[in-house]
Design a protein around this ligand. Structure first.
Ligand code: PMP
Length: 499
């Protein structure tokens, strides 16, 4: 094929995941806001770990590698509201550094899981100790263990990366001139300081609008942050209150945010309420197909306020720092149903098949008969193994029984009828009619203890809960943890929970 026939690309071959950080798209918002202005959003969710903080994570590590502050294999540690930790987890995974993160417990659980999934250790700090608590804990751990502390709240790499990348990307995408208004909140102030100082030089007419939670005007109040002799915040800022925008406005004014304010680059403050942040994040999703987190909703809500008084034709750009997927457990998704809504039930009921309580598809009944040689094989397994689970590899009921056995410290053999190993000569398939004949039940799993049939998952859970399974285990000399007294049904996924 001629290379001229190829589609334009934002993709391309990259040497490393780290080469996909930055150069995020700026997208026009078409259906929200007044028509006399142009509204745009910069989608930091396009970074590989889903937030603006990927930029700092890479810069912090590479700057420290170059300066020698970080040595090969040294543990990295950082205090974070989550996104920096997720970004660092990705960068540390790609470069082979162990990572420990401290995070206040009030940030979303998705953040903890994402960091752990990427291989990081997450040390939670009490919500009552606020952002300062997680920072102090990171400092303590770094000092004690000789770990490299990334110090996002004052590390110049945090501002530098935005000067080198974010600011220039924006100026480039707005024809070398920049937008008329640039709207951003701040967490560390890295984005704010790094972008604003370039704008002041390269596009001085761009108005820099800083947004804060309406109940937490840290910068807007003009009240200075108290600091100790080393420049560290010595107490919580008097205007701090708990607020909704995870990742914004910690309980102190970070040095980088203070630098931007002292440089006189901020043209105006635009406070935003928590309700507006949520409403606008939902509107962006439903009216524009633009999916962002709470701080993104808040920043765009601020941009909509700016739009009300902006001259005709103004181009207004809001930063959307992260993806909405890390807020599913939060108030952002409170109104999003897990079960079918009345409207969805009505849609389901509008045809007769494949619905709950309807005359849907009927499972085909197997007419296979048990073969004597397979019966002997199954008998031998049941006789030889103290605890045996005839199972399907990934079926939820089987999985739940396995989880319960693991929690109770019960060793067992799982004979997975659909596993690759039992596909030879359809051995697993041939065992099904044998089991049906033996147990009188067509379902899988089927559980045997000491050669005696216990039942399927439900009967096994009942036997565990009423103590009879423990008696059977003792009689078969099978060890178990007698202190495991959880309701066996709690091991089922909630959608399978029969109670
Ligand atoms: N929004 C979210 C969700 C964040 O996690 C952060 C970073 N903590 C920000 C906004 C602010 O970015 P910055 O640290 O550059 O001020």
């Amino acid at each position: 094929m001629e290379m001229t026939d190829m589609p334009p690309t934002n993709g391309g071959l990259r040497d490393s995941i780290l080469d996909t950080i930055g150069d995020t798209p700026i997208v026009r918002v078409n259906r929200m806001g007044p028509k006399n202005v142009e509204l745009y959003v910069k989608l930091e969710a396009f970074n590989p770990a889903g937030s603006v903080k990927d930029r700092f994570a890479k810069e912090a590590i590479e700057t420290a590698e170059t300066s020698g502050a970080l040595s090969p294999g040294q543990t990295v540690i950082e205090a974070t509201s989550g996104n920096t930790g997720i970004g660092l987890a990705l960068v540390c995974a790609a470069k082979g550094y162990p990572l420990v993160v401290t995070m206040a417990e009030n940030f979303s659980v998705e953040r903890r899981k994402l960091m752990r999934f990427l291989g990081a250790k997450v040390v939670l700090t009490p919500a009552s100790e606020k952002g300062s608590g997680m920072v102090a804990k990171a400092e303590e751990l770094a000092a004690k263990h000789g770990w490299f502390l990334a110090r996002q709240f004052e590390n110049e790499a945090n501002a530098n990366v935005h000067s080198k990348t974010t600011a220039l990307e924006i100026i480039r995408d707005f024809d070398g001139k920049g937008p008329d208004y640039w709207v951003s909140g701040f967490g560390t102030g890295g984005t704010l300081k790094g972008v604003s100082r370039i704008f002041r030089k390269a596009c001085p007419s761009t108005k820099i609008i800083v947004t804060e939670p309406d109940n937490v005007p840290l910068l807007g109040s003009g009240i200075e942050q108290a600091r100790d002799a080393d420049g560290r915040p010595s107490s919580s800022h008097p205007m701090f209150r708990p607020h909704l925008m995870q990742g914004w406005s910690p309980d102190f004014v970070p040095k980088l945010a203070e630098d931007a304010q002292k440089a006189g680059v901020i043209d105006a403050f635009q406070p935003v309420s928590g309700d507006d942040a949520l409403r606008v994040a939902r509107d962006l999703a439903m009216k524009e197909g633009i999916f962002c987190g709470i701080s993104g909703g808040a920043t765009f809500a601020a941009a909509l306020h700016v739009a009300e008084n902006a001259p005709d034709g103004s181009r207004i750009l809001a930063m959307l720092p992260d993806t909405g997927e890390r807020y599913m457990s939060t108030v952002l998704f409170d109104d999003v149903s897990e079960v079918m809504t009345d409207e969805e039930m009505e849609i389901s009921a509008s045809t007769s098949g494949y619905r709950f309580g309807g005359s849907g598809a009927v499972a085909p009944v197997s007419t296979d008969v048990a073969k004597p040689e397979i019966t002997r094989m199954v008998d031998k397994i049941i006789a030889d193994e103290p605890v045996v689970l005839f199972a399907l590899e990934w079926c939820e009921f089987c999985w739940s029984v396995r989880k319960m056995f693991a929690a109770a410290g019960i060793s067992y053999r799982s004979v997975d009828l659909d596993s690759v190993a039992l596909q030879t000569d359809n051995l697993g398939g041939e065992m099904r009619p044998v089991l049906r004949e033996k147990t009188g039940a067509p379902t899988i799993p089927q559980i045997f203890v000491g050669g005696v049939h216990v039942g399927g998952a439900t009967e096994t859970f009942d036997a565990f809960n009423d103590g009879s399974l423990k008696t059977m285990l003792s009689e078969a000399d099978v060890a178990f943890d007698p202190s495991m007294n959880k309701d066996a049904y709690s091991f089922l996924p909630t959608w399978l929970h029969p109670r």
